[in-house]
Design a protein around this ligand. Sequence first.
Ligand SMILES: Cc1cc2nc3c(=O)[nH]c(=O)nc-3n(C[C@H](O)[C@H](O)[C@H](O)COP(=O)(O)OP(=O)(O)OC[C@H]3O[C@@H](n4cnc5c(N)ncnc54)[C@H](O)[C@@H]3O)c2cc1C
Length: 143
Amino acid sequence: MLEAKDVVVVGGGVVGCEVALFLAERGNRVTLVEMLPHLAVDAEVITRIELLKALGASSVRIMTSTRCMDVEGRRVVYLCDADPRTSELHPEYIVFALGTQPNRALFDELSGKVQELFLIGDAREPRKIFHAVYEGALAATQV
Ligand SMILES: Cc1cc2nc3c(=O)[nH]c(=O)nc-3n(C[C@H](O)[C@H](O)[C@H](O)COP(=O)(O)OP(=O)(O)OC[C@H]3O[C@@H](n4cnc5c(N)ncnc54)[C@H](O)[C@@H]3O)c2cc1C
């Protein structure tokens, strides 16, 4: 097994939670920092229940209502809602899981060069599997 590392995951949406769990299950010391009072608020209800259960049973140190204010090298400055003073963490690794953006570079490059082009799924707008499958099926009916 690889040597355990100190990791701070910034962002406790579904992606940050899954990353934190993944790293903790492999023996790393993980702290999860989320500015909202609750984790994985963007997850579907069943996924969320299972994810929170797994996180609760894991070694992940959870810091909700905690805002990451600054990162400089390996220094993470944070502010808890309950404390007006900033504090710091000094992990070996920092993972940012602060949201998603569509990547439509290939679509833009091919626009006007091919006869029919569809922009679907997360490339159109990052959402859920349902939307990608639905838009894929819809595109297929138009081919
Ligand atoms: C950690 C995480 C957890 C998630 N959990 C859930 C969940 O529980 N429920 C839910 O509904 N949704 C969930 N989602 C969202 C869901 O995964 C996406 O909405 C869905 O996968 C989007 O499908 P897609 O086909 O548009 O994109 P993707 O599934 O990302 O597929 C795009 C594919 O295109 C490939 N690709 C990219 N560029 C090129 C290229 N130039 N040439 C060839 N191939 C290329 C990529 O390698 C990838 O395989 C989660 C997302 C993440 C990141």
